[in-house]
Ligand binder design. Structure first.
Ligand code: NI
Length: 180
């Protein structure tokens, strides 16, 4: 177990596509996921993609409300996403690789996502709201895309310390703790 170093915007590992994992149940993937979870818990974040810890593989973890409404951790290896309809939604996001900033990002409002867990279980879910947003944000990391590239109005790229002027809600936060 280890707390991993987070790559910041500008590091090449964040700008290139990650490689699919040949065997999601491989021991090294289990170790990677354990370390990613420990790292996320240490920072108090909401999601993390393997390239953010300098590992260019298709692995993401995220916290989203489970069936009981409480945050539950999901690990996805080789995830895929498809939008359910054309509806789009704006929401404020932060990113552990873009510390101190937040941006207003337009995402698909409803998605279906699939992937495999490190125990080999297939995941196939429909998500909306924050859940849909965090999955899209994390999966973007696997395509080498950071959220500022998804923004259409860079006037809405702001410092966390100024977020109160835009009243972003906690429910819309992605990844970063502490900025409300
Ligand atoms: Ni991020």
């Amino acid at each position: 177990m280890a707390i991993l170093k987070i790559a910041r915007m500008g590091h090449p590992v964040l700008a290139r596509p990650a490689a699919p994992v040949a065997d999601p149940t491989a021991a090294e993937i289990r170790v990677l996921v354990h370390d990613m979870i420990e790292t996320l818990e240490d920072i108090g974040g909401r999601g993390l993609a393997a390239p953010q810890v300098h590992v260019p593989l298709c692995v993401v973890i995220f916290l989203a409300p489970g069936e009981d409404g409480r945050p539950s951790l999901t690990t996805l290896v080789n995830p895929t996403i498809e939008p359910i309809d054309a509806a789009m939604e704006d929401g404020w996001e932060g990113c552990l690789s873009v510390p101190g900033l937040r941006g207003l990002v337009t995402r698909h409002a409803r998605i279906r996502y699939r992937g495999t867990t490190p125990t080999g279980e297939a995941i196939d879910r429909v998500a909306d709201g924050f859940h849909a947003r965090v999955v899209q944000h994390e999966c973007d990391h696997l395509d080498g895309i950071l959220y500022p590239r998804r923004m259409t109005d860079l006037g809405k790229l702001i410092f966390e310390s100024e977020a109160r002027w835009y009243a972003p809600t906690r429910a819309d936060d992605v990844e970063e703790e502490g900025a409300a």
